[in-house]
Ligand binder design. Structure first.
Ligand code: UGA
Length: 352
């Protein structure tokens, strides 16, 4: 099988690349702005990489969408602080560029596996969020945080509509995936990474962890290996089991408040030789959402995936607990600090 991954150096992109090359005989074509995460695979005969900006290498993207069996458009910015700082850039990249790729898939009859987001459920009060029945609830326009979710939900709707014209698609919704190489733990700014990388960076630099609105809001954190396992099952199953379907991919068993996440991360860090003292002295402070992100922020209070659909269709369920996942992620950064330090600046990352 030929797979094209647009945004192959991203957190999901490079993890998927590794799994494909390690466990299948598939060929991968990939493009990204950066290549720091994919260094180990650049010499593989089954991986063909083009470094560049998808906004400028449309010919490469269109050609490879044409020759591939399946496309994964993973180029996007997925950090809430950026949704508020530069909402137009989110629209231009996350929506416009990806819409162009989806249209190419339709034109060339290439299957597309599209990354939606847990954020599309917004502030829905459903518990858990279901792909077929939950309504999307977003805040007012001045709350720019919702531009990312709005872009993604409109793309989901377009995929659905193009599906009626013959587009072969599967939509997946990651719920707070985390693991090695999630964003850049070395980025010093607040809001420069998603929360697990953000907290780990603060801990390792002996900085204060900031709990937005006291950290009462809850998420379900999903370890990357579980997420990739689900994606591999979707990739391998090209029939009515996956065609035209939407799947939540998350770990309902790892449902914690952000405050509890911080304490669990400190406890996990204390297990590592030489880091007990850092963990004992870890400082936590509460901060208002406006102070941390600015006035354009509004949060999802709670987010739990209903995973009945993917469990029934593909037999998938998460296996890695939050604590075990945090242990593996912490070990990765402690054993290989060069990986964290060599990463490009968080603002340059445009793939999920
Ligand atoms: C994320 C991002 O929008 C996307 O990466 C993605 O599509 C989706 O959710 C997902 O991964 O499922 P969110 O969970 O709000 O959104 O993003 P984080 O930045 O990881 O924040 C999680 C929570 O931690 C938020 O409530 C935030 O306010 C809080 N937080 C974050 C803190 O309390 N302190 C910090 O320093 C950073």
């Amino acid at each position: 099988m030929k797979v094209v991954i647009i945004g192959v150096n991203g957190f999901i992109g490079h993890s998927l690349l590794a799994r494909i090359l390690n466990t299948t005989d598939w060929e991968v074509f990939g493009t990204d702005l950066n290549s720091d995460r994919i260094q180990p695979w650049l010499n593989s005969s089954r991986f063909h990489f083009e470094q560049g900006d998808i906004r400028k290498c449309r010919n490469w993207v269109n050609h490879h969408v044409c020759i591939a069996d399946v496309a994964l458009p993973l180029a996007a910015c997925a950090r809430p602080s950026e949704y508020i700082r530069d909402p137009i850039a989110i629209f231009e990249l996350d929506f416009e560029e990806n819409l162009g790729i989806v249209r190419e898939c339709l034109r060339h009859d290439t299957r597309v596996i599209f990354p939606s987001t847990s954020e599309v459920y917004g502030m829905s009060r459903d518990m858990p969020f279901n792909e077929e029945t939950s309504a999307f609830v977003f805040g007012p326009i001045a709350k720019q945080r919702w531009i990312y979710a709005s872009c993604k939900q409109l793309l989901d709707r377009l995929l659905w509509a193009y599906g009626e014209q013959g587009l072969q698609f599967t939509i997946f919704r990651p719920f707070n995936w985390f693991g090695p190489n999630l964003d850049n733990v070395d980025a010093p700014g607040h809001g420069s990474s998603r929360v697990v990388a953000q907290f780990l960076g603060h801990l390792l630099r002996r900085e204060t962890i900031r709990l937005v609105e006291g950290g009462r809001q809850k998420r379900c954190f999903t370890y990357i290996d579980d997420g990739i396992d689900a994606l591999m099952r979707i990739l391998a199953q090209r029939d009515e089991t996956t065609a035209g379907r939407i799947f939540n991919i998350g770990n309902p068993g790892a449902h914690v408040s952000i405050r509890d996440l911080a304490h669990t991360m400190i406890r996990v860090l204390s297990e590592f030789p030489g880091h007990t003292e850092i963990a004992q002295n870890a400082a936590i402070q509460e901060i208002s959402a406006t102070e941390y992100y600015g006035a354009g922020y509004q949060d999802t209070e709670d987010r739990v995936p209903d995973i009945t659909n993917i469990r029934t269709a593909l037999g998938w369920f998460p296996r890695v607990s939050l604590t075990e996942g945090l242990r593996r992620m912490t070990a990765f950064y402690l054993q290989d600090p060069a990986v964290a330090c060599s990463a490009n600046s968080a603002s340059a990352r445009l793939s999920i």
